[in-house]
Design a protein around this ligand. Structure first.
Ligand code: ADP
Ligand code: MG
Length: 272
């Protein structure tokens, strides 16, 4: 079983990329489980044709862990992808990472952490507590950083790289950096900047995903690109990402940058 995690800043395109990646993996017959680890709990929505599935944290809060069955938290979406949403606390109370911790506990107990591939879609703005969980206890061995050329997205990716570097020193964690995925926002010099950033942190840019209107159109139709526009160029991009992820053997201990190095790097690729 392959367990991979996609980490990145909020709004960078983790869920869009994860859902299309899962769909592409499902389409070639793999048994895929996608776990949304973001309080926004919309990771699997397009796979579920727009439905908001109940979150693990909500169910645990209402009924207690002992009462919950697999069918109540794992839902089958497009291409047979099994979908789970960790959920998050009510605004203003509780810790955002709690949902993720509760999810791991419950899925472990239910024996539901299985399949050919598990895709964790994780908010990487703060790599603390629950958000570090997929990398911590030997779950995701391969972490992909999703970023654009925007400084704040690179900043978040660099922070996650710091967490991987730190956690890789611990014996119980087997996580490493598998690569950087550029989800384009069409900033100037973006592809070259992200490629160079990946190189500098001892990794590689493994995919460049263009910004595409097809993504928006699919979203309006509450579908993944894979389902809505299977013949599109964008679908081909996700299909090739899926092939790459399946075949990946690349894993490295990242060498994160200092803030001023990161800013200098961004400046270098931004014409003034
Ligand atoms: P995250 O999960 O990182 O918070 P989302 O996947 O929800 O981000 O994406 C945020 C928004 O950006 C969504 O409205 C999505 O449709 C859009 N988006 C993501 N990737 C692309 C892309 N490659 N081209 C166009 N729009 C995209
Ligand atoms: Mg998301």
């Amino acid at each position: 079983m392959k367990q991979i995690a996609l980490y990145g800043k909020g709004g960078i395109g983790k869920s869009t990329t994860s859902a299309n990646l899962s769909a592409a993996l499902g389409e070639v017959g793999l048994d895929v489980l996608q776990i949304g680890c973001d309080p926004k709990h919309d990771s699997t929505r397009m796979l579920m044709h727009g439905a908001w599935i109940p979150t693990v944290l909500d169910l645990v809060r209402e009924r207690g862990e002992g009462e919950i069955t697999t069918d109540e938290v794992v839902f089958t979406g497009y291409a047979g992808v099994r979908c789970v949403e960790a959920g998050g606390p009510e605004p203003g109370i509780g810790c955002a990472g709690r949902g993720i911790i509760a999810t791991f506990q419950l899925l472990e107990r239910l024996g539901a952490l299985k399949g050919d591939v598990i895709v964790y879609d994780v908010l990487g703005d703060v790599v603390c507590g629950g958000f570090a969980m997929p990398m911590r206890e030997g779950y995701a061995q391969e972490v992909y950083l999703v970023t654009s050329g925007e400084l704040m997205a690179l900043y978040a990716a660099n922070n996650i790289a710091k967490a991987i570097a730190r956690l890789s020193q611990r014996s119980r964690s087997s996580c490493s950096l598998a690569g950087v995925i550029c989800n384009a926002k069409n900033t100037e010099g973006e592809e070259e900047l992200v490629r160079e950033f990946a190189r500098r942190i001892n990794s590689e840019m493994v995919a460049y995903i263009p910004r595409s209107r097809t993504v928006q159109l699919a979203e309006i139709h509450r579908q993944t690109v894979m389902e809505y526009a299977p013949a599109s160029e964008q679908a081909a991009v996700y299909r090739s990402l899926a092939a790459q992820v399946t075949a990946n053997t690349r894993s490295s201990i990242p060498t994160p940058l200092e803030m001023d190095e990161l800013e200098d790097l961004a400046l270098q690729f931004t014409p003034v």
